[in-house]
Structure formats: C-alpha cells, structure tokens
Design a protein around this ligand. Structure first.
Ligand code: NAP
Length: 558
C-alpha cells in the first residue's frame, strides 16, 4: 500500500523489545510504511537493559520464544531450560537479522511527546534528536516493566563507589571480585542477583524490607537431542500455552483443593517444588489464589521448605513473608538464593526493623548501624505497567493528557485502546492479556489482533479508530471486578499498582493493572470483538485516507 503523503509513516511503533520486533515484522509483511523508534542504542528492550548477573527467563525458554515462524523454531537452539540474558539478547538479534528488521528500526532517539492531530487523524511526535514525525497510527511497545524506580534516601548522590539500579547494570560489566556489595530489594530481580553474586563477592549485605515467597527455578542445560525433541513437539507446546491461563505449559490442577486429602496435597507440592519452573505456582490448586485457608496451607508448606534450606533459624524466619500468602504476588524463581544466606560472606539486614536512614560517601547507615561498601545495587523495582506511559507526554483529543486520565489507574478497552486517544494501539497494554501471562504469548496475541485491525481498516479505508467511552468503562469495570475474588488484591505488589517510591502509588491505592481472566478467555473475548465488526470501537472514514489508493468520503461507522 502506498503511504499517505501527509505523513512520514503509516505506523510508528515505540520500543524495539519483544513486542516491537514482532509488530514491525507483521506490519512490514502487510506492506505498510512503518518504523520502530527506540530510545536505547539497540534492540532487545528488557533483555537489552537488564544485564545484572543472574538475569534469566523464568518461563521455559521454548515457551518464551516467538511462535510465528516454523523456520525460526527449527533453527534456534535454546541452550538452557531457562535461558540467560546474554543468550536472550542474542536470540532477539537473531530474529531481527533473520527477518531483516533492523532497517525498519531507529535507535538512540526517544519519543518525547505524542500529540493527536484532530484535523488529520494522526499523531505528531517530537523526538529527542529534534525531529518531528507524523504518523497515522502509534503503537506502544514500551514495556510493562521499563520505568525503573529508585528509593528516595537522603545522600544517595554522595556515595563514592559504584551504585546503580539493576535495570542500568553497566553494559561494560562490573568487577565484583573482592568487593563489598550491598543489594537493596528482594523482588524477582534481587533474588536473581543475590543468588548469582553471593559466591563471587567478598561481602554481600542484603537489605530486605519485606521478604518475597520464592521457589527454586531448577534450571538445566538443553542438549542437542533434547532440543530436537522440543522442536518435534512445538505445536503441542504452543497449544498447551494457548489452553493455560498463564500462557505456560503449566496448567492448574483441576481437582478441588478440598477434594483431595492433605497427604495428596503434600505429595503434589513435594513434586512441584522440586520440578523446574512455575509449576508450584501455576500447576497448583486454583483455590490457593482465592481461599484464605488453602493459601495458608501452601504458605506453611513453602515456609517449611525455607526452614529446611536456611541453616540459621532466625534468618530463615526473616525470609518467610508474614504479610502475604504464597503466590499472591508475582513469584520470583531462584537459584541458590536461600543457600546464599548460609554463606559466611552474606548477611541479611531487616530494614523493616532498622530502616535505612541515609546513604553517605562510604556506604549507608540504618537506624542501628553504619556499613561501608564498594558497590550499592538498587534492586528496587519499577513503576510498573503505566510508568513508561506516564514518563512520555501523550496528548489525545482536546489536549487531554494520558497521565492525567490515568492518574488514579489505567482505563482501557481490552487493554489495547483508549477512549480519547484515537489511533493509539497497545498490543500489550495495561489491562490486556499480557501482563499476567508469559509475556511473549500475550504479546503475540495482542500484536496479531492489532495487525488484523489495521488490515481491516486498510481494506475498508478507515482512517481513525477509537474505543467508545462505554466500552472502555465496561472493560475497566470487568478487570476491576475480577480482582475482588483474588487474594492478590490485598498484596503490596506491582499487580495492584503498589510502588512505595512513586508518590500516589503507595499501598492502599489499588490500581487495576492486570486482566485476571486467563489467556483462553482473553483471546476468545478479543476474537469475538473482531468478529462482531469491532464492537466497542468507532471507526471513521474520510478523504485524507489511511490508504491513498482507495480514499472514501463517508463519515462515522461503528
Ligand atoms: P519488585 O518485585 O517490585 O521488588 C522491588 C524490591 O525492592 C522489593 O523487595 C521492595 O520492597 C524493595 N524496595 C523498593 N523500594 C524500596 C525502598 N525504598 N527501600 C527498601 N526496599 C525497597 O521489583 P523487581 O524485583 O525488579 O521485579 C519486578 C518484576 O519484574 C517482577 O515481578 C517480574 O515480573 C519481573 N522480573 C522478571 C524476571 C524474569 O522473568 N526472570 C526477573 C526479574 C524481574 P517492598 O516489597 O517492601 O516494597
């Protein structure tokens, strides 16, 4: 299709991560004039940025990779069951090079602002390199966990050693040998980095405000023979991912928690805890997510496993969460994390009891004690889901700012469109099917749907699409309502929008980020929407068409 001469592009995709890479592939195949604009110097998104030791999938590698190309599936050899960051970045580069996608990507320029142009039904972008770009459609592939947040301790700028957020782990690497290292934060990132660096450093001091439940990753290498076996069952693997709520091979145990004896439950948990991956979380009884008593029982089971693995009973007790049950926050999977606390060079400081009071030139002080460090690592998490949107100036109809609209929490239609922000699409947006699933599985569903919408618009010469106010209200209410049955609604985790370092995102101000209905239900919902002539969307034709070869002059259709 020839591009409309009024615009630089039919589509601009923001972000060259897992989402942007697949999205550009689909748009180029459709013949659209599309580009990816990426703030960083190269592609890879989360796998380009998070270079801390221990960074790796906790999805089985072969369920994380793209499913769209049989050739790619046949060629790529995942070396480990849970592949590490350097390999994941190599994979994404391999994909981009194989499909010659780099020439559709622009690196090192950031979209500073995006304003909807109501006269032309398009988006005007201002880039950090000074350019202005006009595009009919704007697709956000900006990542759900790409806005890192630091604590607000006094004196952080004074520290003379190296200090950084894990997201900004220096690309040239960090010499950890013989170093005294502090890690602040024990979420999924902290748990990975602590397990990986404990054997390498001279001294490791972990500052923990709240422990997280964890379970072992149980990683292993994948031999050539094993990889061949995986290749031969790729159809079944992706079918299982489509069937399961979380987009994994792990499917919940369909037996009722109370239908089986306690001995049976323990037998299942013994097996799942020692198996690789999220089985203990996602192959468990569904009641553990909704029923307090069921949750208390599995929590006690995991607490006992912690007690068995950590030698010092006082340390073990500190590592057992008391304020939330197992699995109601995003479960970090670990490798030698608990065993790290058995090492003489590792110390756990409970900053819920002795808070950090300040950072200074040499290290930091808690209310009880001062420490000296060579390196301070902030594993303090992200302004999740909406943070990357909030950090960009996005203006819709009549100058409405997205960050104002979403001040109390996001509202979307299907997690992919926003009323008042026409022609802005989010294949993996807040309240979409991606956030609560194995990301790439959710991303492929979102990208496929968005691509089909654009193909439909092109075919029918529509140039503007917007979610209706009513459809958005109903979707947001639906997403909100699903939280009411989940124990997760009470947890201080990013699923509920909690981040103590961002004003307004503290505990108790729940934001409804995650679609909890599971992959099959989400996919069937968005498929039905498309089959019902895109109900809930207003589609508009006009003369300055999306496709210059078939301009139409009719007005609003829905
Ligand atoms: P996180 O889960 O939000 O954990 C942040 C940690 O930092 C928490 O322990 C938090 O304590 C602590 N913290 C934050 N601010 C603090 C402060 N001011 N003082 C002291 N402690 C503070 O962040 P994350 O570990 O980066 O993980 C975020 C998400 O990224 C994960 O849930 C996961 O979805 C994703 N992730 C995935 C992988 C993977 O796929 N393999 C790996 C890493 C991360 P409180 O709990 O007390 O606030």
């Amino acid at each position: 299709m020839a591009q409309n001469q009024l615009f630089d592009y039919d589509v601009v995709i923001v972000g060259a991560g897992v989402c942007g890479i697949y999205q550009i592939k689909r748009l180029v195949d459709m013949g659209l004039k599309a580009t990816v604009i990426e703030a960083e110097d190269d592609l890879g998104g989360t796998w380009y940025m998070n270079r801390y030791p221990g960074a790796r999938f906790d999805s089985e590698s072969y369920t994380y990779g793209y499913s769209f190309s049989k050739e790619l599936l046949a060629e790529w050899h995942w070396k480990e069951k849970f592949s590490s960051q350097p390999e994941n970045l190599r994979y994404l580069n391999y994909v981009a090079d194989k499909f010659d996608l780099r020439r559709h990507m622009q690196f090192g320029c950031k979209v500073e602002s995006a304003k909807f142009n109501e006269n032309l039904n398009s988006w005007d972008l201002k880039l950090s390199d000074g350019r202005s770009v006009a595009t009919r459609f704007l697709i956000m592939g900006i990542g759900l966990l790409a806005a890192p947040t630091l604590p607000r301790y006094e004196g952080m700028e004074l520290f003379k050693g190296q200090s950084f957020h894990t997201y900004y782990w220096p690309h040239e690497g960090v010499d950890l040998k013989h170093k005294r290292v502090a890690v602040i934060g024990t979420g999924a990132t902290g748990v990975q980095v602590i397990g990986a660096i404990a054997p390498l450093v001279k001294q490791l001091t972990v500052f923990q405000r709240r422990p997280n439940w964890t379970a072992p990753l149980n990683n292993s290498e994948i031999s050539e023979n094993e990889m061949n076996a995986i290749r031969s069952r790729y159809d079944d693997i992706f079918e299982a991912c489509r069937r399961s709520p979380g987009g994994f091979e792990h499917e919940p145990d369909r037996r009722g928690f109370y239908e089986v004896s306690k001995a049976e439950r323990l037998k299942l948990w013994d097996k799942l805890y020692d198996e690789p991956g999220f089985g203990i979380w996602l192959q468990n009884f569904r009641e553990i997510f909704t029923d307090e008593a069921a949750n208390a029982e599995i929590s006690e089971y995991i607490a006992n496993r912690i007690r068995q693995r950590v030698k010092d009973p006082l340390v073990a007790e500190k590592l057992i969460p008391k304020d939330h049950g197992f699995g109601v926050q995003r479960l970090p999977l670990e490798t030698r994390y608990l065993e790290a606390y058995n090492q003489d060079n590792v110390r756990l400081v409970d900053i819920s009891q002795e808070p950090i009071s300040a950072i200074n030139q040499k290290g930091l002080c808690t209310s009880e004690e001062c420490f000296e460090f060579d390196i301070i690592v902030y594993a303090t998490g992200f302004d999740a889901i909406t943070g990357s949107f909030d950090r960009m100036h996005i203006e819709g109809i009549e100058g409405e700012k997205l960050r104002d609209k979403w001040k109390e929490g996001p509202s979307t239609y299907l997690g992919m469109l926003i009323n008042g922000f026409p022609n802005l699409l989010m294949p993996a947006g807040p309240q979409s099917g991606s956030a609560s699933t194995n990301y790439p599985r959710g991303i492929e569903n979102g990208v496929n749907w968005v691509t089909e919408l654009l193909a439909f618009m092109k075919k029918n010469a529509f140039e503007r699409v917007e979610a209706t106010e009513d459809a958005e209200k109903k979707w947001t209410a639906h997403v909100t309502k699903m939280y009411s049955t989940m124990l997760m609604r009470k947890a201080k985790g990013w699923f509920t929008g909690y981040n103590s370092n961002v004003a307004g995102h503290e505990a108790g101000r729940t934001r409804y980020f995650v679609y909890n209905g599971g992959t099959p239900k989400y996919v069937s919902t968005i498929t039905n929407v498309a089959e019902n002539d895109y109900e809930g969307l207003t589609l508009t034709r006009s003369s300055a068409g999306f496709s210059e070869d078939s301009p139409k002059h009719s007005s609003i259709q829905s």
